[in-house]
Design a protein around this ligand. Structure first.
Ligand code: GDP
Ligand code: K
Ligand code: MG
Length: 270
């Protein structure tokens, strides 16, 4: 089990509640980023929990992001508990979409529900869960609320991989498709990850280029250039920009369908 989320969403609070004192703090190999591991005991079973570094995204822009995504991609945890700050859902879902896109088994802990209430933010949990294709459990880590439900959802034998597809629009969708095929043809054992790798390549992600050894596959490299050129010619900007924009547009649709912000008396008086 891995805990993932933006900085300040309540990840460490939840980690402490779930693991009690059963924790070990070290470093991730090769870097000075703190690695926290612990054990959740539930109904006679022990579950190893890793507290991943808090990040807003899973790009290749910081050590934290690379650690978090490499862990999810390479270790393939039974479940990724994605802690989402309910008061800042729009920003937090950017990470959620990427976890889903990686094919991770995600359960969302929608934390800070007390703060959301105070701010007049009401969230249709069922609808949010349906739109994202994953379980959403409301929690208040500060008051230890929702913990039992979260543990039940996260230790369940059936945690579905979300089936939602992010629609990047025809032009980008086609290039993702083309590039995935080329990845599968060129690199062995990539069929389950080819789409994600394709998206990362179109995002111009240096880390994935090194990871897959792109320089060793001139055909694939050529294909990537062609795909990038088509996107730029058709859309007028680079793949990376187009992909980020589409993610935000999907999030904005989800939020407008599931979140209602009431203006409280307090706010309207100030
Ligand atoms: P992390 O950065 O994601 O590890 O977040 P922390 O667990 O360190 O929490 C950040 C701050 O939010 C701390 O001051 C926590 O006490 C507080 N916090 C965590 N969960 C909740 C919650 O559900 N409600 C409220 N009001 N505060 C919370
Ligand atoms: K805070
Ligand atoms: Mg923390």
């Amino acid at each position: 089990m891995a805990l993932a989320g933006n900085p300040n969403c309540g990840k460490t609070s939840l980690f402490n509640i779930l693991t009690k004192a059963r924790q070990h703090v070290g470093n991730w190999p090769g870097v000075t980023v703190e690695k926290k591991e612990g054990t959740l005991k539930y109904e006679g079973n022990g579950y190893k929990i890793i507290d991943l570094p808090g990040t807003y995204s899973l790009g290749a822009y910081s050590e934290d992001e690379i650690i978090a995504r490499d862990f999810v991609v390479n270790e393939n945890p039974d479940v990724v508990v994605n802690v989402v700050d309910a008061t800042n859902i729009e920003r937090n879902l950017y990470l959620t979409l990427q976890l889903i896109e990686m094919g991770a088994k995600v359960v969302i802990a929608l934390n800070m529900m007390d703060e959301a209430d105070n701010k007049g933010i009401s969230i249709d949990i069922k609808k949010l869960s349906k739109k994202l294709g994953v379980k959403v459990v409301p929690t208040v880590a500060l008051k230890q609320q929702g913990i039992e439900e979260l543990i039940k959802a996260s230790t369940s034998d059936i945690i579905n991989i979300s089936k939602i597809k992010i629609d990047y629009g025809d032009i980008i969708n086609n290039q993702i498709e083309e590039l995935s095929k080329s990845i599968e043809m060129n690199i062995k054992n990539t069929s389950s990850k080819s789409k994600w790798i394709a998206i990362k390549l179109l995002e111009n992600d240096e880390h994935i280029k090194n990871e897959i050894n792109l320089e060793k596959y001139p055909q694939l490299k050529q294909k990537l250039n062609t795909c990038n050129k088509i996107i730029e010619d058709e859309l007028g900007f680079e793949g990376e920009m187009a992909i980020v924009n589409e993610r935000y547009s999907v999030i904005s649709d989800i939020v407008s369908d599931t979140v209602i912000r009431k203006t409280s008396n307090k706010e309207s008086l100030t």
